[in-house]
Design a protein around this ligand. Structure first.
Ligand SMILES: Nc1nc2c(ncn2[C@@H]2O[C@H](COP(=O)(O)OP(=O)(O)O)[C@@H](O)[C@H]2O)c(=O)[nH]1
Ligand SMILES: [Mg+2]
Length: 291
Protein backbone atom coordinates (compact mmCIF):
# COMPACT_ATOMS: atom_id res chain seq x y z
CA UNK A 1 0.00 0.00 0.00
CA UNK A 2 1.42 3.40 -0.88
CA UNK A 3 1.89 5.98 1.84
CA UNK A 4 -0.60 8.34 0.27
CA UNK A 5 -3.24 5.67 0.20
CA UNK A 6 -2.43 4.72 3.74
CA UNK A 7 -3.03 8.27 4.90
CA UNK A 8 -6.40 8.77 3.30
CA UNK A 9 -7.71 5.32 4.05
CA UNK A 10 -11.07 5.18 5.70
CA UNK A 11 -11.05 2.80 8.58
CA UNK A 12 -14.07 0.71 7.81
CA UNK A 13 -14.61 -2.31 10.03
CA UNK A 14 -13.32 -4.56 7.24
CA UNK A 15 -9.99 -2.73 7.07
CA UNK A 16 -9.61 -2.84 10.82
CA UNK A 17 -10.30 -6.55 10.98
CA UNK A 18 -7.76 -7.21 8.24
CA UNK A 19 -5.08 -5.05 9.87
CA UNK A 20 -5.72 -6.74 13.18
CA UNK A 21 -5.43 -10.23 11.66
CA UNK A 22 -2.14 -9.32 9.98
CA UNK A 23 -0.73 -7.97 13.22
CA UNK A 24 -1.82 -11.04 15.16
CA UNK A 25 -0.04 -13.16 12.57
CA UNK A 26 3.15 -11.08 12.85
CA UNK A 27 3.03 -11.24 16.66
CA UNK A 28 3.84 -14.94 16.47
CA UNK A 29 7.33 -14.29 15.13
CA UNK A 30 8.43 -11.28 17.14
CA UNK A 31 9.72 -10.67 20.66
CA UNK A 32 8.94 -7.01 21.12
CA UNK A 33 6.41 -4.48 19.89
CA UNK A 34 7.89 -1.07 19.16
CA UNK A 35 4.99 1.34 19.10
CA UNK A 36 5.32 4.81 17.61
CA UNK A 37 3.11 7.65 18.73
CA UNK A 38 3.22 11.36 17.95
CA UNK A 39 4.93 13.15 20.85
CA UNK A 40 2.52 16.08 20.49
CA UNK A 41 -0.45 13.78 21.17
CA UNK A 42 0.83 10.56 22.75
CA UNK A 43 -2.56 9.62 24.11
CA UNK A 44 -4.68 10.53 21.08
CA UNK A 45 -2.30 8.92 18.59
CA UNK A 46 -2.07 5.68 20.56
CA UNK A 47 -4.32 2.83 19.54
CA UNK A 48 -5.69 1.18 22.68
CA UNK A 49 -6.20 -2.16 20.96
CA UNK A 50 -2.46 -2.72 20.63
CA UNK A 51 -2.48 -3.91 24.23
CA UNK A 52 -4.87 -6.71 23.39
CA UNK A 53 -3.14 -7.58 20.12
CA UNK A 54 0.34 -7.54 21.65
CA UNK A 55 -0.68 -9.93 24.41
CA UNK A 56 2.27 -10.42 26.72
CA UNK A 57 4.97 -9.19 24.33
CA UNK A 58 7.61 -6.79 25.58
CA UNK A 59 6.75 -3.20 24.80
CA UNK A 60 8.73 -0.19 23.70
CA UNK A 61 7.00 3.14 23.20
CA UNK A 62 8.67 5.77 21.04
CA UNK A 63 7.47 9.35 21.36
CA UNK A 64 8.32 10.33 17.80
CA UNK A 65 8.47 13.84 16.31
CA UNK A 66 9.76 14.95 19.70
CA UNK A 67 11.47 17.78 17.81
CA UNK A 68 8.00 19.31 17.30
CA UNK A 69 6.70 18.81 20.82
CA UNK A 70 7.24 20.75 24.04
CA UNK A 71 10.23 19.01 25.69
CA UNK A 72 8.91 19.58 29.23
CA UNK A 73 5.61 17.91 28.37
CA UNK A 74 7.38 15.09 26.53
CA UNK A 75 9.31 14.38 29.75
CA UNK A 76 5.98 14.09 31.60
CA UNK A 77 4.68 11.62 29.02
CA UNK A 78 7.86 9.59 29.22
CA UNK A 79 7.44 9.22 32.99
CA UNK A 80 3.73 8.52 32.56
CA UNK A 81 4.20 5.59 30.20
CA UNK A 82 7.19 4.27 32.09
CA UNK A 83 4.96 4.02 35.15
CA UNK A 84 2.66 1.87 33.01
CA UNK A 85 5.44 -0.57 32.21
CA UNK A 86 6.66 0.68 28.82
CA UNK A 87 10.28 1.28 27.99
CA UNK A 88 10.07 4.80 26.54
CA UNK A 89 12.25 7.08 24.44
CA UNK A 90 11.61 10.43 22.77
CA UNK A 91 13.04 10.48 19.24
CA UNK A 92 13.15 12.24 15.89
CA UNK A 93 12.88 9.43 13.37
CA UNK A 94 14.25 11.55 10.53
CA UNK A 95 17.60 11.58 12.29
CA UNK A 96 19.09 8.11 12.35
CA UNK A 97 21.26 8.79 15.38
CA UNK A 98 18.61 7.57 17.81
CA UNK A 99 19.38 4.02 16.76
CA UNK A 100 21.56 3.34 19.77
CA UNK A 101 18.89 4.59 22.15
CA UNK A 102 16.22 2.50 20.46
CA UNK A 103 18.37 -0.65 20.48
CA UNK A 104 18.99 -0.10 24.17
CA UNK A 105 15.26 0.29 24.78
CA UNK A 106 14.62 -2.97 22.95
CA UNK A 107 17.28 -4.83 24.93
CA UNK A 108 15.94 -3.41 28.20
CA UNK A 109 12.37 -4.37 27.33
CA UNK A 110 13.51 -7.92 26.49
CA UNK A 111 15.74 -8.41 29.52
CA UNK A 112 13.80 -11.39 30.84
CA UNK A 113 13.81 -13.09 27.49
CA UNK A 114 17.55 -12.59 27.12
CA UNK A 115 18.11 -14.09 30.57
CA UNK A 116 15.80 -17.01 29.80
CA UNK A 117 17.71 -17.68 26.56
CA UNK A 118 20.99 -17.46 28.38
CA UNK A 119 19.91 -19.92 31.08
CA UNK A 120 19.07 -22.36 28.29
CA UNK A 121 22.45 -21.90 26.71
CA UNK A 122 21.12 -19.84 23.77
CA UNK A 123 23.51 -16.98 23.25
CA UNK A 124 23.15 -13.93 21.03
CA UNK A 125 19.87 -14.82 19.42
CA UNK A 126 18.74 -11.55 17.87
CA UNK A 127 15.64 -9.94 19.27
CA UNK A 128 12.90 -9.52 16.72
CA UNK A 129 10.97 -6.29 16.72
CA UNK A 130 7.97 -4.96 14.87
CA UNK A 131 7.05 -1.30 14.45
CA UNK A 132 3.38 -0.41 14.89
CA UNK A 133 1.42 2.82 14.87
CA UNK A 134 -1.40 4.80 13.32
CA UNK A 135 -0.83 6.47 9.92
CA UNK A 136 1.56 9.41 9.77
CA UNK A 137 3.37 8.89 13.09
CA UNK A 138 6.65 8.19 11.25
CA UNK A 139 6.83 4.41 10.86
CA UNK A 140 8.28 4.45 7.33
CA UNK A 141 10.69 7.25 8.22
CA UNK A 142 11.88 5.31 11.23
CA UNK A 143 12.43 2.11 9.27
CA UNK A 144 14.15 3.93 6.41
CA UNK A 145 16.53 5.96 8.50
CA UNK A 146 17.45 2.96 10.63
CA UNK A 147 17.65 0.53 7.75
CA UNK A 148 19.93 2.96 5.95
CA UNK A 149 22.50 2.50 8.68
CA UNK A 150 21.87 -1.17 9.12
CA UNK A 151 23.11 -4.16 7.21
CA UNK A 152 20.97 -5.10 4.24
CA UNK A 153 17.78 -7.04 4.64
CA UNK A 154 18.35 -10.54 5.87
CA UNK A 155 15.83 -12.22 3.60
CA UNK A 156 13.14 -14.75 4.24
CA UNK A 157 13.61 -17.22 7.01
CA UNK A 158 11.55 -20.18 8.11
CA UNK A 159 8.63 -19.24 10.29
CA UNK A 160 8.33 -15.80 8.77
CA UNK A 161 5.28 -14.71 6.84
CA UNK A 162 5.94 -14.91 3.09
CA UNK A 163 7.19 -11.68 1.62
CA UNK A 164 8.26 -10.37 4.98
CA UNK A 165 11.88 -9.51 5.52
CA UNK A 166 14.04 -8.70 8.47
CA UNK A 167 16.34 -5.74 8.71
CA UNK A 168 19.34 -6.46 10.86
CA UNK A 169 19.86 -3.33 12.95
CA UNK A 170 22.86 -4.61 14.86
CA UNK A 171 24.03 -7.78 16.59
CA UNK A 172 21.13 -7.75 19.00
CA UNK A 173 18.15 -6.56 17.01
CA UNK A 174 16.25 -7.44 13.86
CA UNK A 175 13.35 -5.37 12.64
CA UNK A 176 10.44 -6.62 10.56
CA UNK A 177 10.57 -4.49 7.40
CA UNK A 178 6.82 -3.89 7.22
CA UNK A 179 5.17 -1.91 9.99
CA UNK A 180 1.82 -2.75 11.51
CA UNK A 181 -0.63 -0.03 10.58
CA UNK A 182 -3.24 0.65 13.18
CA UNK A 183 -6.42 2.66 13.03
CA UNK A 184 -6.64 5.95 14.86
CA UNK A 185 -8.73 6.36 17.94
CA UNK A 186 -12.27 7.53 17.30
CA UNK A 187 -13.32 7.85 20.89
CA UNK A 188 -14.18 11.54 21.18
CA UNK A 189 -14.44 14.83 19.32
CA UNK A 190 -11.49 16.07 21.36
CA UNK A 191 -9.24 13.26 20.18
CA UNK A 192 -10.46 13.68 16.59
CA UNK A 193 -9.68 17.39 16.75
CA UNK A 194 -6.13 16.82 17.97
CA UNK A 195 -5.47 14.26 15.24
CA UNK A 196 -6.81 16.77 12.71
CA UNK A 197 -4.69 19.62 14.10
CA UNK A 198 -1.47 17.71 13.54
CA UNK A 199 -2.63 16.82 10.03
CA UNK A 200 -2.99 13.07 10.27
CA UNK A 201 -6.29 12.97 8.47
CA UNK A 202 -7.53 14.01 5.09
CA UNK A 203 -7.38 17.80 5.11
CA UNK A 204 -9.94 18.40 2.41
CA UNK A 205 -12.56 17.55 4.94
CA UNK A 206 -11.00 18.93 8.03
CA UNK A 207 -9.28 22.28 7.68
CA UNK A 208 -12.02 24.63 8.69
CA UNK A 209 -12.11 28.00 10.28
CA UNK A 210 -13.70 26.35 13.30
CA UNK A 211 -10.73 24.05 13.68
CA UNK A 212 -8.26 26.93 13.49
CA UNK A 213 -10.32 28.96 15.95
CA UNK A 214 -10.27 26.10 18.45
CA UNK A 215 -6.54 25.75 17.96
CA UNK A 216 -6.04 29.44 18.67
CA UNK A 217 -8.09 29.17 21.86
CA UNK A 218 -6.01 26.19 22.95
CA UNK A 219 -2.73 27.94 22.14
CA UNK A 220 -3.56 31.19 23.91
CA UNK A 221 -4.78 29.25 26.98
CA UNK A 222 -1.87 26.82 27.16
CA UNK A 223 1.06 28.69 25.64
CA UNK A 224 0.41 32.34 26.47
CA UNK A 225 2.46 34.65 24.30
CA UNK A 226 3.10 32.15 21.51
CA UNK A 227 0.36 33.45 19.20
CA UNK A 228 0.91 37.13 19.97
CA UNK A 229 4.65 36.64 19.60
CA UNK A 230 4.42 34.99 16.22
CA UNK A 231 1.63 37.02 14.61
CA UNK A 232 2.15 40.33 16.35
CA UNK A 233 -1.45 40.58 17.49
CA UNK A 234 -2.94 41.24 20.88
CA UNK A 235 -4.03 37.80 22.07
CA UNK A 236 -6.06 39.01 25.03
CA UNK A 237 -9.71 38.58 24.08
CA UNK A 238 -12.87 38.33 26.08
CA UNK A 239 -13.53 34.75 27.07
CA UNK A 240 -16.55 33.34 25.31
CA UNK A 241 -17.65 31.40 22.25
CA UNK A 242 -16.42 34.15 19.91
CA UNK A 243 -12.87 34.30 21.25
CA UNK A 244 -11.34 32.01 18.61
CA UNK A 245 -13.14 33.86 15.82
CA UNK A 246 -11.90 37.17 17.17
CA UNK A 247 -8.29 35.96 17.26
CA UNK A 248 -8.54 34.54 13.74
CA UNK A 249 -9.99 37.82 12.45
CA UNK A 250 -7.13 39.75 14.05
CA UNK A 251 -4.58 37.47 12.40
CA UNK A 252 -6.36 37.80 9.03
CA UNK A 253 -6.26 41.59 9.34
CA UNK A 254 -2.66 41.67 10.50
CA UNK A 255 -1.47 39.37 7.72
CA UNK A 256 -3.54 41.05 5.05
CA UNK A 257 -5.72 38.01 4.36
CA UNK A 258 -8.47 39.96 2.67
CA UNK A 259 -11.03 39.24 0.02
CA UNK A 260 -11.78 41.58 -2.86
CA UNK A 261 -13.85 44.27 -1.28
CA UNK A 262 -11.76 44.22 1.86
CA UNK A 263 -13.47 41.88 4.29
CA UNK A 264 -11.21 39.37 6.07
CA UNK A 265 -10.55 36.06 4.33
CA UNK A 266 -10.96 33.79 7.32
CA UNK A 267 -10.54 30.56 5.35
CA UNK A 268 -7.13 31.68 4.14
CA UNK A 269 -6.12 32.79 7.63
CA UNK A 270 -7.29 29.43 9.00
CA UNK A 271 -5.13 27.48 6.54
CA UNK A 272 -2.20 29.73 7.35
CA UNK A 273 -2.55 29.23 11.11
CA UNK A 274 -2.91 25.47 10.71
CA UNK A 275 0.13 25.35 8.47
CA UNK A 276 2.19 27.56 10.80
CA UNK A 277 1.33 25.29 13.70
CA UNK A 278 2.20 22.11 11.78
CA UNK A 279 5.49 23.60 10.61
CA UNK A 280 6.43 24.42 14.21
CA UNK A 281 6.63 28.13 13.37
CA UNK A 282 4.42 29.01 16.34
CA UNK A 283 6.71 26.96 18.55
CA UNK A 284 7.26 23.46 19.90
CA UNK A 285 3.82 22.68 21.22
CA UNK A 286 2.28 19.66 22.89
CA UNK A 287 -1.47 19.34 22.55
CA UNK A 288 -2.08 17.14 25.56
CA UNK A 289 -0.57 16.32 28.94
CA UNK A 290 -0.90 13.22 31.05
CA UNK A 291 -3.80 13.42 33.54
N1 LIG B 1 9.60 16.68 12.39
C1 LIG B 1 9.53 15.36 12.25
N2 LIG B 1 8.89 14.83 11.20
C2 LIG B 1 8.83 13.49 11.09
C3 LIG B 1 9.41 12.64 12.05
N3 LIG B 1 9.16 11.36 11.68
C4 LIG B 1 8.46 11.43 10.54
N4 LIG B 1 8.25 12.70 10.17
C5 LIG B 1 7.47 13.18 9.02
O1 LIG B 1 6.12 12.77 9.20
C6 LIG B 1 5.50 12.43 7.97
C7 LIG B 1 4.92 11.04 8.04
O2 LIG B 1 5.95 10.09 8.19
P1 LIG B 1 5.83 8.59 7.68
O3 LIG B 1 7.11 7.92 7.99
O4 LIG B 1 5.35 8.55 6.27
O5 LIG B 1 4.67 8.03 8.63
P2 LIG B 1 3.93 6.60 8.57
O6 LIG B 1 2.61 6.86 7.93
O7 LIG B 1 3.76 6.21 10.01
O8 LIG B 1 4.79 5.64 7.82
C8 LIG B 1 6.62 12.58 6.91
O9 LIG B 1 6.46 13.84 6.31
C9 LIG B 1 7.89 12.54 7.73
O10 LIG B 1 8.96 13.26 7.12
C10 LIG B 1 10.08 13.24 13.18
O11 LIG B 1 10.58 12.58 14.11
N5 LIG B 1 10.10 14.60 13.21
MG1 LIG C 1 4.29 4.46 6.11
Amino acid sequence: MSDTKEKIINWYPGHMAKARRQMQEDMKVIDVVVELVDARIPYSSKNPDVDAIAGGKSRVLLLNKADMADPAVTALWKAHYESKGFVVAAIDARVGNGLKTVSECITTACKEKIERDRSRGILNRPLRAMIVGIPNVGKSTFINSFAGKAVAKTGNKPGVTKGRQWIRLNKQVELLDTPGILWPKFESAEVGRRIAWIGSVNDQILITTEMAEQLLVFLTDTYPGAVSGYYGIDEAAEDGPERGAELLARIAARRGCLRKGGEPDLERAASMVTDDFRSVRIGRISLERPQ
